[in-house]
Ligand binder design. Structure first.
Ligand SMILES: [Zn+2]
Length: 201
């Protein structure tokens, strides 16, 4: 599962899994037995969390699978809390490789079609380190809510080590949740991620 998710970017996969202790090999971007072993351990952890905490809609599951194991646990607990109180919530975005982030950054810029949706290039977003996800809230008729108050209402279900993007002063981002990092500076987190070192609290 995890190997297929990041198959086009082995180095990204190695960094993510090394920072959580699953991968013991060199950060060389080459798929070998240690990458295979890390992938198997990661998948076992993913399956165990599904059994322990339950599963959700297909889209949410797809995005949870792209998160670090710590973030997967928190995301499932968050989803469970929000759904059990009757909020129709889904996880609509989670981990992006640097390449995927750069593609998103180009949208709406440099003459490319679409609206600008991010201010971050690859390696400049917490979505690039396996610890962040964005939610969508859906109304009874299935339509997607853009009403800030709907997002504020579920923020109370973010407990423990979770940071809510709506609390950010300069760029409030109410659909965004992530694990707290040991240091808040993105350059520090990026450096730790790229070296396969731990960065979450
Ligand atoms: Zn986000």
């Amino acid at each position: 599962m995890s190997d297929r998710l990041f198959a086009t970017d082995v180095l990204f996969f190695q960094r993510l899994l090394k920072s959580e202790g699953f991968y013991k090999g060199a950060l060389d971007g080459i798929w070998g037995p240690l990458s295979e072993a890390a992938s198997a351990s990661f998948d076992a952890g993913y399956d165990a969390l599904k059994s322990e905490l339950g599963t959700f809609d297909r889209r949410t599951e797809l995005h949870i699978a792209s998160l670090s194991m710590r973030a997967q646990r928190e995301a499932r607990q968050f989803m469970h809390r929000a759904l059990s109180r009757g909020v129709n919530v889904k996880i609509i975005s989670a981990t992006r490789t640097y390449e995927e982030q750069n593609r998103l950054f180009r949208q709406g810029r440099f003459g490319n079609a679409g609206n600008i949706v991010t201010k971050a290039r690859g390696g400049r977003s917490n979505h690039n380190f396996g610890i962040a996800w964005d939610i969508g809230i859906f109304r009874d008729d299935g339509s997607y809510s853009t009403d800030a108050s709907d997002y504020t209402a579920v923020a109370e279900y973010a407990t423990g080590p979770l940071v809510w993007g709506g609390d950010w002063v300069s760029f409030p981002d109410p659909p965004h949740y992530q694990l707290a990092t040991i240091q808040p500076k993105i350059a520090w987190v990026r450096s730790r991620f790229e070296n396969g070192e731990a960065y979450v609290v």
